[in-house]
Design a protein around this ligand. Structure first.
Ligand SMILES: Nc1ncnc2c1ncn2[C@@H]1O[C@H](COP(=O)(O)OP(=O)(O)OP(=O)(O)O)[C@@H](O)[C@H]1O
Length: 582
């Protein structure tokens, strides 16, 4: 795992702007710290009875000047920081999305969509808020505290009075170090619970039709309720510790103020310090309480967002499990045969082998059928061919080249894979079919739709190919969706095409038309047909029967029905079913 520092990388390019913002805010706060001194001097002149109307106007104008200067400078600083915070959001979301694209099947089989959304939404926002709040408030507060301290030291207020008064504030670092790790770990569990809730919500929305058909709303409601309860419980734990932390800091400020009043008051009564100095001291201490509280809040936010930042960095450090070889080359796979030798494969974290000692040759331009019960390893074999998972070295060669030595783009670009349930995007039918080649001519798109036997349905829609599909293509039936996804595969005219149970949702007559068109269209190109129905693959040059990850039979249709075995049994059952249907 490579260490990732998304924040450091971002700040590397942006620090001059942050510095500028800090300078603006610092200048504003330094000016602001003159205000107790002005009031102190006003009090002295009042006491000495030296105050005139013109002096009152001068003091007012001075205070107005201080207020305006603070407002303009600190406001500008804040604006810059807020803007940069939004840029961080944009930068990090883009980086996360790019990274998601590099992660493979295994990662997505382990992480639900909701959890990933939670990274992009909740975590990034938490970090952005922390940077903006952190910089704004800690600069404002830090500078104000420092300049208030400097002003106090530069005044005639005795050092021991200042030292005793600010004593309680020295406990702050200790409190921070005690509370910080607790806040951070509680915050991490809140973020994780939020991720789980988003995941659960995503699943519930995705499965809402099933829920309704089975009248399972109460069960699903309870399941979602449990996810919400978990967040609630974790958030309460976090709120308890954060509130205690945030309350302690201003309490220490108040303690300082009490000491200043008691000890400072005593010194004033005995005329060791002037009334003006006493007023200024209490104002300075009072002035420090808010910033101290804010610093407490910032530390709190920082700890919480640190948990989010850790999650983002951890995710960005995850490397895609499929890495291109350094010497990988792009090869033309036209007229390239596929050679599989002694291929044994288990999924990561799985105990069982999904494939065992598979050896198979697929001649260029031939059609191979793969048949087998569910879970027999058909899709797994195809995933390995596409390198969604890594096959053992040398186990799969195309055109004599180990697929691990091919660039991922050249491999996947030359294989058209049509899964049983192709995902359709919420865009037009045209864009869905021309997914691989956005610039495909309309005639080519129509041709692919005709080959997939979906053209007739599409032209019945008022907007024909421009018809928009709802999320996951809800306006289409299962069979129509399958055929649209098939058209998407056919338009690619790839040297190798894999139909992974891609016609399972169409009726027998349409299936036959599709199979006939495909065999005509793909003359001279390699086609692998996976099916449960023998009718879909009986014309293949070779048919392979898989059972529990092993090849148990192979041959042509004629050869296989002549043998005792799974193929002949299945053939007999399906033929009988067809006769009954007639
Ligand atoms: N991502 C995965 N992680 C772990 N095991 C998996 C994974 N995907 C599939 N399997 C297991 O591998 C075996 C083969 O699955 P595969 O999907 O290849 O079967 P199949 O023959 O294509 O089935 P079907 O006809 O139902 O599509 C099964 O036992 C399945 O549970």
């Amino acid at each position: 795992m490579k260490a990732q520092r998304v924040l450091v990388d971002y700040l590397k390019g942006k620090w001059p702007y942050y510095l500028l913002a800090i300078l603006f805010m610092a200048a504003g706060n330094i000016i602001q710290s003159f205000y107790p001194r002005i009031i102190g001097s006003f009090a002295d002149q009042l006491k000495e009875e030296q105050l005139t109307y013109s002096l009152i106007v001068d003091y007012s104008l001075l205070l107005l000047g201080v207020g305006i200067a603070f407002g303009v400078l600190a406001g500008m600083g804040q604006y810059i920081v807020m803007r940069l915070g939004r840029l961080f959001e944009f930068f990090t979301r883009g980086r996360l999305f790019d990274h998601f694209m590099t992660l493979g099947e295994h990662f997505y089989s382990k992480n639900g969509v909701g959890k990933l959304l939670s990274y992009v939404m909740n975590d990034v926002t938490a970090v952005r808020e922390a940077i903006a709040r952190g910089i704004n408030q800690s600069t404002n507060s830090g500078i104000l505290i420092l300049s208030a301290a400097a002003m106090m030291l530069a005044s005639d207020i005795p050092l021991r009075l200042i030292a005793i008064s600010v004593l309680p504030l020295l406990a702050i670092p200790w409190i921070v170090s005690r509370f910080g790790p607790v806040i951070r770990s509680r915050s991490l569990s809140v973020q994780e619970a939020l991720g789980k809730m988003t995941e659960s919500a995503e699943e519930q929305f995705g499965g809402i039709r099933v829920t309704k058909k089975f009248a399972a709303e109460p069960i699903m409601g309870a399941r979602f309720g449990a996810a919400v309860d978990r967040i609630h419980e974790k958030q309460l734990k976090l709120v308890r510790v954060s509130s205690l932390f945030q309350a302690l800091i201003p309490f220490l400020g108040t303690l300082s103020l009490i000491i200043a009043i008691v000890y400072g008051g005593y010194l004033t009564i005995h005329q060791h310090i002037s009334l003006g100095n006493f007023v200024a001291l209490t104002l300075y201490i009072r002035m420090m309480v808010n910033p101290l509280q804010q610093i407490g809040g910032v530390i709190n936010t920082m700890q919480r967002s640190r948990a989010s930042l850790d999650r983002i960095n951890e995710l960005l450090a995850k490397e895609g499990e499929i890495q291109e070889a350094e010497q990988a080359l792009a090869h033309d796979l036209k007229r390239a045969g596929i050679r599989i030798r002694h291929l044994t494969f288990s999924y990561p974290d799985a105990d069982m082998e999904a494939l065992h000692d598979i050896s198979l040759d697929i001649a260029p331009g031939s059609t191979v059928g793969i048949l087998g019960k569910t879970g027999s390893g058909k899709t797994t074999l195809m995933k390995l061919l596409l390198r969604m998972y890594d096959p053992p070295e040398g186990a799969i060669r195309i055109g004599g080249v180990d697929i691990r030595q091919l660039t991922l783009e050249s491999l996947r670009d030359q294989i058209a894979y049509v899964p049983q349930e192709g995902f359709l995007f919420s865009t037009t039918i045209r864009d869905n079919i021309a997914f691989y080649r956005r610039d495909s001519a309309m005639t080519r798109i129509e041709e692919a739709a005709k080959q997939a036997q979906i053209y007739g349905n599409i032209v019945e829609f008022p907007e024909r190919f421009e018809t928009k599909l709802g999320e996951r293509g809800v306006t289409l039936s299962g069979g129509q969706r399958q055929r649209t996804s098939l058209a998407r595969g056919l338009i690619k005219r790839a040297p190798i095409m894999i139909l992974d149970d891609s016609v399972s949702a169409v009726d027998a007559v349409t299936e036959q038309k599709i199979i006939d068109t495909i065999s005509k269209e793909r003359q001279g190109l390699t086609t692998i047909v996976i099916a449960h129905r023998i009718s879909a693959l009986k014309h293949a040059d070779e048919i392979v029967v898989l059972d529990e990850g092993r090849i148990v039979q192979r041959g042509t249709h004629a050869e296989l029905i002549g043998q005792r075995g799974m193929y002949a049994t299945l053939h007999a059952i399906q033929e009988e079913g067809n006769r009954d249907a007639e």
